[in-house]
Design a protein around this ligand. Sequence first.
Ligand code: HEC
Length: 226
Amino acid sequence: MNDRNRHSDRNRPRQGGPGPEGFSDGRLVEVHSHIARDKQEPAQGFSMTPIFVVFLFCAFGFWAGLYLTRNSRGFSASAFDLDAPVASASVGPAVFEPDAAKGEKLYLANCAACHQPTGMGLPGAFPPLANSPWVAGDEKRIIKIILVGMAGEVEIAGAKYNGNMPNVGAALKDAQIAHIATYVRSAWGNAAEPVMDVSVAEVRKALGSRGQYSPKEILEAHPLGK
Ligand code: HEC
């Protein structure tokens, strides 16, 4: 019964729609004026950006700024240097670990051309580091030699040298020198304590811009066997 009622509804003229004889004149005018009113006014140029888009853009800019300040490590040039101390609070204070394996790589790149990969040096030209009392004992001796170099007559392991070692360490970082010294002091029969980066920093500061040592000067400051 309900179904039949709905069917009969369909044939009834809808309110506002055309009657059986179409629209009356008055209704036509009314409908047209509606349509004319709903049309947008023609405007020049672009429509205004909705205010919430502007707000979103500003919010994004603010977030990006925050992100950069927090994660750029002060835009420091060493941000991607694995040996550089990490100053971020989330990582905690950097702890330096003297690393003989890193030291070996650095030794091969910076020292081995003269002292040889075996640490044996070259007779008459470059003194050996293997079993050298110059390498053992007070770490300041080897740090100083690496930082400013050494030139002059010297007798090492029963052989005379009058060579010229440049200031190889001037171009290296404290941590790199500490790794090298740690390696040299533990390789080829040497058995001395590892060296920390802060020790290198201290010596570097104390040396300032002084030039090469003579063997005599070094031995006066740091006698062998100590
Ligand atoms: C260009 C060659 C050269 C390079 C590179 C070089 N040295 Fe030397 N080194 C020498 C010479 C030459 C002497 C001896 C200086 C003298 O006769 O007064 C010496 C002396 C030393 C001594 C003291 C003497 C000894 O045999 O124990 C140490 C320690 C040393 N060098 C370590 C290093 C380390 C570590 C490096 C790398 C960071 C290095 N050297 C790079 C040439 C070099």
